[in-house]
Design a binder for this molecule. Structure first.
Ligand code: PLP
Length: 439
């Protein structure tokens, strides 16, 4: 297995999964796989990309794949965890992250979310001025009861307003984005400078420019504005108040082929060009990558149940649709997925490609993974693999039609090619489905 291509490795894993009955036409019509060896390689590439001279905490954005064993895995690889809800915070704690390794971002934190994070010592990035006022209240109450300052690193999320990327819905630094404090809006810069001056505990600056579709230069320009703002705080306060910059995530993923491009080193090169002050050692850095660490290291396998021809178009009805590929089904132009066709034993199907619709099981006509996709002609019992689905797919279900969430299996491959699976999530049973629907 040592020198196999990514495609050969996937086929090898899928064949082993069929042999182990993890993909099976009655009991396991849909299953997802996360290649843990490759996740380790991606995390290592991230660590290697940043110079040792800067103090960086790389956190994994739990939203990209919130399965607790996945979080545990990245923790063991030396990462922290970025969370954006009380649920994700619970997942991170359950995965064993220490509070100081966790960063809490969300535009809608409640008072109790904030209190919990500050009590634990989890880092918090305030999204807006109203949230800052709530933090003031919580800290004042805390100081009067415990007399202690919070252990949490506290920052403000800036919207550097550098514009959007290729997917509007993923672009968080547009002029009117719902995230963060809009740096260039009238009066905001001064209000922010005042806010920092009045709050000595406000020691971090946060920016996340966008996720998928944002060019590296755009992301780096946004981060550069956050760094320049940190320098401005420090010079106007006359002290090094801001000691850390949280640069978010957002490295785009190549969904077109097996190349991992751009890489983390390309991103660091862009950051060095636009924001050299980040690398002087004056600031601690936090990163929050998600998709770029997991997407290409997972795939989903779906059995073909039936095939038919309608209006002259061959259609394969599979068990993967909007419930596991929500973004692809609802926004196919923005989130196209590569698909491969396999025989029932998992081997890659040979044969002349024929344009086929690859449909899912959900009850709406648009539940298609791909339209007129050229693939070897599929037959009932075949398997379709959805590539690059390690992030934001099976872990992010859409519960329409009460379809059960599929099993997710962790995979490791020995140097001698032996494939080992371990459960990252059990498949939901119909009983589980009833439990989440009121029974
Ligand atoms: C604040 C924040 N940080 C990090 C991420 C992770 O982004 P990505 O998975 O593109 O790296 C997101 C994604 O939405 C985010 O909103």
């Amino acid at each position: 297995m040592m020198n196999s291509s990514a495609g050969e490795r996937r086929e090898h894993i899928l064949r082993a999964a069929v042999r182990d009955r993890l993909v099976e036409p009655e009991s396991a019509v849909l299953a997802a796989f996360v290649d843990l060896d490759e996740v380790a390689a991606s995390v290592a590439a991230l660590h290697k990309a940043f110079p040792d001279s800067v103090d960086v905490l790389h956190t994994f954005a739990a939203k990209a794949n919130c399965l607790v064993p996945v979080l545990e895995e990245v923790r063991k690889l030396g990462m922290g965890c970025e969370v954006a809800s009380a649920g994700e915070l619970a997942q991170a704690l359950s995965a064993g992250f220490a509070p100081e390794q966790i960063v809490y971002d969300s535009p809608a934190k409640t008072r109790s979310d904030l209190r919990q994070a500050l009590d634990l010592g989890v880092a918090v990035n305030a999204d807006n001025f109203q949230e800052l006022a709530r933090i003031d209240e919580i800290l004042a109450a805390r100081a009067s009861t415990t007399g202690s300052a919070p252990a949490s690193r506290i920052g403000v999320r800036l919207n550097p307003q550098v514009g959007g990327g290729g997917i509007a819905e993923m672009s968080t630094a547009t002029a009117t984005s719902k995230f963060g404090i809009a740096l260039e809006d009238d009066g905001n810069r001064q209000r922010l400078l005042d806010a920092y001056r009045e709050r000595p505990w406000l020691t971090w600056v946060h920016a996340h420019v966008g996720s998928q579709g944002c060019p590296l230069d755009l992301i780096a320009q946004g981060i550069a504005k956050a760094v320049a703002f940190a320098e401005e705080v420090n010079s106007t306060c006359g002290r090094r108040q801001v000691t850390g910059i949280d640069i978010g995530g957002g490295l785009p993923v190549n969904f077109a082929d097996d190349e991992t491009t751009p890489g983390f080193d390309d991103y660091v090169a862009a950051l060095r060009a636009h924001a050299p002050a980040l690398f002087t050692g004056a600031y601690r850095i936090v990163t929050e990558f998600g998709r770029s660490l997991l997407a290409k290291n997972g795939f989903t396998a779906a059995c073909v149940e039936y095939t038919k021809v309608s209006g002259g178009r061959p259609i394969a009805i599979t068990h993967a649709g909007a419930q596991v590929a929500t973004r692809t089904v609802f926004m196919p132009a923005a989130w196209p997925l590569r698909l491969t066709a396999h025989s029932p034993d998992g081997t890659l199907k040979q044969g002349e490609p024929v344009p086929q619709d690859i449909a899912g099981p959900c009850c709406f006509a648009g539940d298609l993974l791909a339209e007129a996709r050229p693939l070897p002609r599929l037959a009932p019992g075949d398997i379709v693999a959805l590539l690059d689905t390690g992030a934001y797919y099976s872990s992010t279900p859409f519960h329409y039609n009460s379809l059960p969430d599929p099993a997710v299996h962790g995979v490791r491959v020995d140097p001698d090619g032996h494939v080992h699976f371990r459960p990252l999530r059990q498949a939901e049973t119909i009983r589980d489905v009833l439990a989440r629907t009121g029974r």
